[in-house]
Design a protein. Sequence first.
Length: 246
Amino acid sequence: MKNIILFLTSCLLTIFSNGQYDSKGPNETSRFRPGIMWHYTGINPAKLEKVHKYDRLIFDITYNDWAGDVKPFEVKPSSIGFGTNIMFDVPLKKGNTVSFGWGFNHHWTHIRHDNTFFVNLATKSTEYTVQSTPFKSSLNFHQVSIPLEMRFHKESWRHFKVHVGGKIGYLFGMNENTRLENPSGKKTVIKEYNFQDNNPLQYSAHIRLGLRNYALFGEYNFSPLFTNSKSTQVNVFRLGLSISLF
């Protein structure tokens, strides 16, 4: 738990950096210029009160963990993942203080647990097993999703923002990467892809709380990683920092 507190504290220290251009002010005529993922509003000019758009390219840097049959906050601090969000921001109120966001998300998840997932071929189940022999192992997978979210923020340059939403997506490429070292010092890397019951359908809820370009990020997957009732039941959650470039 101490590692998580230190990670989130370091994220908070970055919040007061340079912010997104808010396109406000009578002398800022460049607010009408076209530009890919910046002020571009389509074929027709946007209405003045709906020119401002935010958070259309977002990167998530996350600490990854799980909850359920396995206790949370027991994996290694190096369980870091990366997400990319390409979003469309649809203003719903004047000044874009309330908007609807939708788009495309890809997230790579890495969970360093240093134990093993035993695949039972007879029952087609997957069981998490604690090992007495020390070695390095991690669970890794990709996920592509469609995010939907409601966005709220103040109409100001240094605006506070809240994003609340969810994702539905597809999990693929799940593997367990194990690194072994024999007495002679030779290292062996084993990748196991043969999971019998990994759950490809994933749906989750997330929230972002931040200032200008930066926000703290939290996400919880309601879908378990494995579908067999005899498997170890775990749900992935993520905590981290979101960085918005446009």
